[in-house]
Ligand binder design. Structure first.
Ligand code: MV4
Length: 511
């Protein structure tokens, strides 16, 4: 049984883990960099420890520091969240060596899936379709040319240690192959310290559909159905939903079964995700496995009623899964929008800074998983996620209507956010029709930008209102003004009375 968890992360995922722990009566230990002294996860945890400067390499990525704090605080387990060290096999091993339970898969499973060629080999051995291509990295340009001719153009050059689109190049014809190989190898060497690349046939306008799996240490592996994650920009997901509007019963069965076979073959334990590319004709191909809890896990939770973090805690503590495959029921539709501190109409520039006003959407079947509060700061050192807004409805149309309503309610001032562009995507006819692909967003983005005329009229109205109501909050909420004008007076650090939910008298660790 786990009694105390160190959360080796920050932001919304740290708060998500703390909430699950608290509901289970498990004590929590937060860690924070100098940039996160006042962060929400620090206020929420039972204890909090400073772990170093803002740079991730010196704080949230410092294995020795994190293991040291876990031991010193008396934690018996470590939850890595997502990002940072979540898929770092050495961190999983360091925890185990220190006698700590790593709330994630065994190090060997992380390693097997971290190498994409090894993951493809496992999938093939389990007779799960992979995109036609090489298993081993290609050795030289001559071999690559031969393989590409066999596969037929266009082909995809991919980094063996890659993921997330880095070190990946589409090659339309043989003349481009050599250049693409050189670029992909260079990018892979820089990003992963390993320049090996392999080749695949290119799948046109695929959908990105992933399957949630849960596995315990007693050999039980189940799947919780799929998520549709095709609405992405430069490999950053913006909107995810469960189920996929494209997946019917028989395909769901095949995807789920394939996902369970791969997880079993990898010796997987804990929550994990198997990614697939699905083409127009409903052919599916294993892409990679994410050996962590994912950002978009709440849509699966809303549709299945299963708390994935509690399931993680349960299986990490050695208990068997308390759900069998035949008990998994899906009900209705869930959609998640990622609200980032970025300016979608100015090249998606990060917009860190102080959140001067914050009123998240709420109301029926509306969930806000955020890592911020009014007065807190989005540091410039980390990702710009402010919040994940999740809604549920009895069907897709109802969920879409609810998301449109919730986005309209959501107010954030002080930083720019992606809320306006999310609202426009949700309203777009192709999104509403469920005609999704990984190319959809890039294609419709030009239509989503505010027209110059409209922007100007908003600016004029804002200026008039600002004149009339100078100094009032009406000015701050009509955002299209320079940053300094939207900032409310500094009300100082969050008072300690704002500490959230933690037990009294916790004051451990260097605060
Ligand atoms: C592909 C592909 C088309 N054909 N592979 C992008 C991230 C990486 N993990 C795999 N990716 C892709 N692999 C073949 N053979 C298209 C993509 C792709 C993509 C995949 C998932 C989600 C969004 C994407 C956006 C562009 C390209």
């Amino acid at each position: 049984m786990i009694r105390k968890v160190l959360v080796a992360n920050r932001g919304e995922i740290a708060t998500r883990v703390i909430r699950a722990c608290r509901e289970q009566g498990i004590a929590t230990v937060a860690v924070y960099s100098e940039a996160d002294r006042e962060a929400l996860h620090v206020l929420m945890a039972d204890e909090a420890y400073a772990i170093g400067p803002p740079a991730p390499a010196e704080s949230y990525l410092s294995i020795d520091t994190l293991v040291g704090v876990a031991k010193a605080s008396g934690a018996d387990a470590v939850h890595p969240g997502y990002g940072f060290l979540a898929e770092n096999a050495s961190f999983a091993e360091a925890c185990a060596s220190a006698g700590l339970i790593f709330i994630g898969p065994p190090a060997a499973a992380i390693r097997a899936m971290g190498d994409k060629t090894s993951a493809r080999r496992i999938a093939r051995e389990m007779q799960v379709p992979t995109v036609p291509g090489t298993i081993e990295p290609v050795r030289g340009d001559d071999e690559a040319r031969r393989v590409a001719r066999d596969l037929g153009y266009p082909v995809m050059v991919k980094a063996a240690m890659g993921g997330g689109g880095k070190g990946m190049r589409r090659v339309g014809a043989e003349a481009e192959l050599e250049g693409a190989l050189r670029m992909a190898r260079a990018e892979a060497t820089t990003a992963f310290g390993d320049g090996s690349v392999y080749l695949e046939r290119y799948v046109e306008e695929p959908r990105h559909i992933e399957v949630q799996v849960l596995a315990d240490a007693h050999g039980h592996v189940i799947h919780l159905g799929e998520r549709e994650c095709s609405i992405q920009r430069r490999h950053q997901k913006l909107i995810e939903e469960c189920p996929s509007p494209f997946v019917d019963g028989p395909l769901r069965e095949k995807l789920g079964e394939a996902a369970c076979r791969i997880a079993t073959a990898a010796g997987y334990v804990n929550a994990g995700t198997i990614e697939f590319l699905v083409d127009r004709d409903r052919n599916f191909y294993f892409l990679e496995m994410n050996t962590r809890l994912q950002v978009e896990h709440p849509v699966t939770e809303m549709v299945t009623g299963i708390d994935l973090v509690k399931a993680q805690l349960r299986v990490a503590g050695g208990a068997p899964l308390d759900i069998r495959q035949e008990d998994v029921r899906r009900h209705g539709w869930a959609i998640e929008c990622r609200i980032n501190a970025e300016d979608p109409f100015a090249g998606w520039m990060p917009s860190p800074g102080k959140i001067t006003g914050f009123r998240p959407a709420s109301g029926p079947w509306t969930r806000d998983d955020s890592g911020v509060y009014e007065g807190s700061t989005i540091p410039r050192f980390y990702d710009t996620l402010i919040s994940k807004l999740i809604v549920w409805g009895p069907d897709r149309d109802a969920a879409i209507a609810r998301m449109a309503r919730a986005l309209a309610e959501y107010k954030v001032t002080g930083v720019r956010t992606t809320i306006p562009v999310l609202a426009r995507i949700i309203d777009h006819k192709d999104f509403r029709a469920g005609a999704l692909s990984t190319q959809l967003l890039e294609r419709i983005l030009p239509e989503l930008a505010p027209s110059a005329g409209r922007f100007e009229s908003i600016a004029i109205i804002a200026a008039v209102l600002a004149f009339v109501a100078a100094g009032s909050r009406a000015y701050a909420t009509l955002a299209p003004a320079p940053d300094h004008a939207t900032r409310a007076p500094d009300r100082g650090a969050a008072p300690s009375a704002w500490r959230l939910g933690a037990r009294p008298g916790w004051r451990a660790g260097g605060r």
